[in-house]
Design a protein around this ligand. Sequence first.
Ligand SMILES: *Cc1c(COP(=O)(O)O)cnc(C)c1O
Length: 407
Amino acid sequence: MAYINENFIKIPPTYLFSEIAKRVEQHKAENPSAKIIRMGIGDVTLPLPDASVDAMIKAAEEQRHVETFRGYGPEQGYEFLRQAIVENDFRARGIKLDVDEVFVSDGAKSDTGNIGDIFGVDNRVAITDPSYPVYVDTNAMAGRAGEPNEFNEWDKLTYLPCNENNNFVPQLPTEKVDMIYLCYPNNPTGTTLSKQQLRTWVEYAKANRSIILFDAAYEAFITEENVPHSIYEIEGAKEVAIEFRSFSKTAGFTGTRCGYTVVPKELVGYTHQGEAVALNKLWLRRQSTKFNGTSYIVQRGAEATFTPEGRKQVKQLIEYYLENARIIREGVSKVGLKVFGGVNAPYVWVKAPENMGSWEYFDYLLKQKNIVTTPGAGFGRSGEGYIRFSAFGSRENTMEAMERIKR
Ligand SMILES: *Cc1c(COP(=O)(O)O)cnc(C)c1O
């Protein structure tokens, strides 16, 4: 008899997006002529930068000839891409990394999910609330989360509420935690931490020998000065933090798939006997055992985002979405709602009016305005009473949606 990992049956079904789809379908059935605008998506809509497409066509063509054909590549990624990452994403910001501290992958979802493999099941895990669901669910699968209650909160996770009362800045936990997930700029709230605020967490992690899992998937959207692009801008962070990056939101690679993870060589975890072990070695072992590398073609496409042309094209994509975010912020503020995020992120987090719940306001916008958003409650209990607008739609739809909200 084959036993299952029973942690899987404790995890509630992914209710959020299926419930949204169900409500949208029902609304469409009742109002066949309704022109629905979707602002709930967390996916990009603009095509890939030309520089990346050209590089991938060239790389595909290489596969036709025996002299240039590539089979299995290095599991950690090709040197050309890792070198470009080290130079452009880090050295240009004054951060020195070695190529073997960078692990290229098929995206940040896999990495933020898989990283748990190298950590013990008895670690206490802290997660900001609301959050990207991957952090919670993968810890639940590993048996690190304990049992869920009626609000789908897990008894062994430490939730760090982020809301208006603390200006979306998570407070240090009162109990000792070992692993801390931080995502900045944040999905879903679109808010950021200043260097000083992030430094508080680096100092906490140092004092407690904890590890910070820093998800910087939205780094490219940062427009303000004092917002760190990388956690390694904070002194000492290389001793306590793993950083996740992705080409998905930056360069439109959501379907093409490429991301990377930085595991500095200074970073250590401990055995129960108190022996320090380098996490870089463990992650290398994990990746080379369970992962066979991102496709060569895709890595060439990612590399091309760092060329002068590529950079210019990526910048245009980001500016397009940020302008949408500005339009949303302005439109929603004008009708008197409280608005957060959207300045350094493609998400605008809106407080529902008149103490409405997330789903209540979601239904109102769907039925009265034909606008689909994402209810904040779907990202955790602290998201209740908020909704998320995505800036990843077209300019035309974004403007039309704001017109409808004003009416
Ligand atoms: C979109 C997103 C990612 C990136 O996922 P990929 O697998 O690289 O496409 C990672 N973290 C957060 C918070 C995200 O919203």
